[in-house]
Design a protein around this ligand. Structure first.
Ligand code: NPQ
Ligand code: MG
Length: 368
């Protein structure tokens, strides 16, 4: 199947509640969707870049710009819809992994839909549903946090992740442990908010039996994480630092992490995400699927990835309702703490046309 063009579409999605992390507070998302159009089928790719470069250096306007200026033209004229050919075609352009991931995903989805094969089967999924965790933002008070966590536990989430930062770490963790008990699977995510001088504060989390501490230090500070891992008992998990399978292999060999968060957008796509899964599995390192507040389109592909055998910890693959009152697809709904892995061709789900039209702020057609 030949590709005839790529559509860039921007959508605006209000969040059900503000989401505060150590890098800022989000109240709505401005999301870039890609549609790879071929002569037999079309596919979707959701770009996970935020509006501002706060989680990583990427941001949505830059992703749209690099796609239009460099990445889409690099596919060539009327290229074959071949997902495996996308990363090699884009390789000479540095960085911009979230933009590259969205393009590769759209092409893969188109290819798989035309071939009648599902994303899950293609990636090597071994489960038809995946257990789900939830990421809980920084709150204004401990009572507010406890009420929020209670709600998620009532919904059935099997793992709670608390966002932390200096001044909001030991006390919220202690309060959640005291209120909900030792059985709750609990972990924390600092999004790089600490420094090498903060080892004592992070070690003060040791008594609370957390599954992991996610990305306490700077993205580039692999050595700092390796040193920190020797000073705390809680396993260190890397997120922002793991930008490729090579970065994962290096971090593991240096002892910088004993668990890895895999986000396809951060690493340039689902095919590189699968290579990270394979590297970690070969090293006995558990992995879990991260989340970037995806719509149902990105969520569907994430759930397929999370069904691979090495994903032995619950992911941030929350239900649609965690972030959005109205999702762009039929909503993903939690059942017994799990989400179903889509089995239909490609990512296995489509946008609802009326919703998509309603939330679209612009479209742009890039012919091939
Ligand atoms: C993380 N995600 O694991 C990220 C951080 C994050 C679910 O905690 C808009 C877009 C807002 C992406 C806020 C979760 C975001 C975002 C937080 C990603 O580090
Ligand atoms: Mg994280």
């Amino acid at each position: 199947m030949k590709l005839t063009g790529i559509e860039l579409r921007r959508i605006r999605m209000p969040l059900v509640a503000p989401f505060r992390t150590s890098f800022g507070t989000e109240t709505e998302r401005d999301i870039l969707l890609l549609r790879a159009v071929g002569d037999e089928a079309a596919g979707w790719g959701e770009c996970v870049a935020m509006s501002d470069p706060l989680y990583s250096s990427e941001y949505v306007e830059a992703a749209a710009d690099v796609l239009r200026r460099y990445l889409v033209p690099a596919l060539g004229a009327r290229p074959e819809a071949d997902g495996t050919a996308v990363a090699p075609a884009l390789h000479r352009f540095k960085g911009h992994r979230m933009a590259k991931a969205a393009l590769e995903t759209a092409v893969l989805d188109a290819e798989l839909r035309a071939a009648g094969r599902s994303f899950a089967r293609e990636l090597g999924a071994v489960h038809d549903r995946v257990p789900c965790g939830v990421s809980v933002g920084i709150m204004n008070s401990i009572p507010e946090l406890l009420e929020s966590v209670q709600g998620y536990i009532d919904e059935g989430y099997v793992r709670i992740k608390l966002k932390i930062e200096p001044g909001w770490d030991v006390e919220p963790v202690r309060a959640v442990r005291e209120r909900f008990g030792d059985e709750v699977l609990l972990q924390v995510d600092a999004n790089t908010a600490y420094t090498r001088a903060d080892a004592a504060v992070l070690a003060a989390l040791d008594p609370f039996d957390l599954l992991l501490i996610e990305q306490p230090l700077d993205e580039e500070d692999i050595l700092g994480h390796a040193d920190l891992a020797r000073q705390v008992r809680t396993p260190i998990c890397l997120d922002e630092s793991i930008v490729s399978a090579k970065a994962a292999a290096d971090a593991i060999r240096l002892g910088a992490c004993s668990i890895v968060n895999i986000k396809p957008g951060r690493v340039g796509g689902y095919l590189e995400a699968r290579r990270i899964h394979d590297v970690c599995q070969a090293s006995g390192i558990p992995v879990w699927c991260g989340g970037m507040l995806e719509t149902g389109l990105g969520r569907a592909a994430n759930v397929a990835l999370a069904a691979l055998p090495g994903f032995t910890l619950p992911g941030d693959t929350s239900a649609s309702g965690r972030y959005y009152r109205t999702d762009v697809t039929e909503p993903f709904v939690l059942a017994d703490g799990h989400l179903p892995v889509p089995a239909a061709p490609g990512i296995g789900i489509d946008p609802l046309p009326e919703v998509l039209a309603e939330i679209t702020t612009s479209t742009e057609w890039l012919p091939l």
